[in-house]
Ligand binder design. Sequence first.
Ligand SMILES: NC(=O)c1ccc[n+]([C@@H]2O[C@H](COP(=O)([O-])OP(=O)(O)OC[C@H]3O[C@@H](n4cnc5c(N)ncnc54)[C@H](OP(=O)(O)O)[C@@H]3O)[C@@H](O)[C@H]2O)c1
Length: 140
Amino acid sequence: MSFKNKVVIVTGANSGIGAATALMFAKEGADVALVSRTQAKLAAVAKSIEALGRKPLTIQADLSKEADTAIVVPKTVEHFGKLDVLVNNAGISPAGSLTEGTVLQAYDEVMRTNVRAVIQLTSLAAPHLAKTKGYTSGAY
Ligand SMILES: NC(=O)c1ccc[n+]([C@@H]2O[C@H](COP(=O)([O-])OP(=O)(O)OC[C@H]3O[C@@H](n4cnc5c(N)ncnc54)[C@H](OP(=O)(O)O)[C@@H]3O)[C@@H](O)[C@H]2O)c1
């Protein structure tokens, strides 16, 4: 399936499923915005995409923070001019212990990253996806 001239945001794009997804979209011709916290790992994935002849945008953002999450869609649209696909892939699964008092901390971390950020990003992306008749997906 060709994604030529499509603009795709992939969160959690510097590792595992997200990196493979970003690479696949780029192989199919998309312009890709790569999002995660660790710039050095983002740069490595960007390099693999550049080897395919495409120029990705890297956005360093901690999606557990509302202010960081808020920059992702505007930066992408400012850079590429539109948005066609949002892949909400970033996520964590920390182990919390019921007996050691860490379960609520783990719950809050998961909710901030895996749920709240997905809702925030999807809400910010929705007007742009409506314009392009685009698509969004989540890992959950
Ligand atoms: N692999 C599985 O079997 C499996 C099963 C069920 C669900 N999932 C879900 O599928 C997704 C991808 O899985 P994976 O195995 O590829 O995971 P992974 O290799 O651990 O990658 C997670 C990605 O999310 C990013 N990330 C984590 N917290 C972030 C934050 N606060 N802000 C921005 N980026 C953040 C990480 O980058 P930084 O650390 O640099 O930010 C990384 O790029 C995850 O949501 C995972 O929970 C995976």
